[in-house]
Design a protein around this ligand. Structure first.
Ligand SMILES: [Zn+2]
Length: 100
């Protein structure tokens, strides 16, 4: 029963992650699912607590990893790299360029 539910949640989350648009969201979703599964397996005495803690930790870690995939802009002036959402360099105000 519980195993079927876990597999169902996993499939639903994976489907949701492929539909969501940014790597940060995808990373957070996959991280939360993986963390929930790991927490559920590791905390034998408190399955629900383990899964909840794992989901939160995994979501944060996954989100951070996903975020790094969106750092694809650089400043032609100082050479620093920035997140995709930035348009101008916060250090010298130069318009940022796409790396790829
Ligand atoms: Zn700069």
């Amino acid at each position: 029963m519980a195993r079927k539910l876990t597999v169902g949640v996993l499939i639903a989350a994976l489907a949701a992650s492929t539909l969501s648009c940014t790597p940060t969201q995808q990373g957070a979703t996959i991280g939360a699912v993986t963390g929930a599964g790991a927490g559920y397996a590791l905390d034998r005495h408190h399955r629900t607590r383990g899964a909840a803690v794992g989901a939160v930790a995994g979501g944060i870690i996954g989100g951070v990893i996903g975020y790094t995939y969106e750092i694809n802009k650089f400043c032609p002036n100082c050479g620093r790299r920035f997140h995709d959402s930035r348009v101008y360099c916060p250090y010298d105000g130069a318009p940022l360029q796409q790396v790829r």
